[in-house]
Write a protein that binds this ligand. Structure first.
Ligand code: NI
Length: 177
């Protein structure tokens, strides 16, 4: 296991469409997933995508702990999950806006609209199919990580470019309720 270097906004790897993984059970993919899990734990984020560790491959890791759920819907919660070659689909047209951060844009955050409910599907590193419905933060983190595979960073999704700030200035926004 190893802690990998995280690419920061401006590095071209973050703008490329990541490639399909032909064999999700290959030992090098298992190793990459383990290294990404260690990197995510070290950095303290909710999710990480292959391109963020300079691996332009369609693999994402994410977790949605109950503390981020905000409600009692089990679809808002997910354990640490490795998802390879994911596909996502919005369920309904409802969107919600909330703050997001990204390990490739340290110390920054922005308000991003996302689909409230989604369905996603992909493979685990054991080759087994993972198919789930997600809502709330769980849906948000999966959409954010999936965007990385398409070469999209969240500033492109901002509803209001003024709501793109340093975390240290969040108090001014919180006062507005
Ligand atoms: Ni990110």
């Amino acid at each position: 296991m190893a802690i990998l270097k995280i690419a920061r906004m401006g590095h071209p790897v973050l703008l490329k469409r990541a490639e399909e993984i032909p064999d999700p059970t290959a030992p090098e993919i298992r190793r990459l997933a383990a290294d990404m899990a260690e990197t995510l734990a070290d950095a303290g984020g909710a999710g990480l995508a292959g391109p963020q560790v300079h691996a332009s491959l369609r693999i994402i890791l994410f977790q949605a702990p109950p503390s981020r759920g905000g409600d009692t819907d089990p679809r808002a919660v997910a354990p640490l999950t490795v998802l390879i070659n994911p596909e996502i689909e919005a369920l309904g047209t409802e969107t919600e806006e909330d703050w997001e951060g990204c390990l490739s844009l340290p110390e920054l955050m922005g308000r991003v609209p996302r689909a409230r409910h989604i369905r996603y599907r992909g493979l685990g590193p054991d080759g087994a199919v993972i198919a789930r419905e997600a809502t709330g933060f769980h849906a948000r983190v999966v959409q954010h990580e999936f965007d990385h595979l398409e070469g999209i960073l969240y500033p492109r999704r901002l509803a209001d470019p003024r709501a793109f700030i340093f975390e240290s200035e969040i108090r001014f926004w919180m006062k507005q309720g």
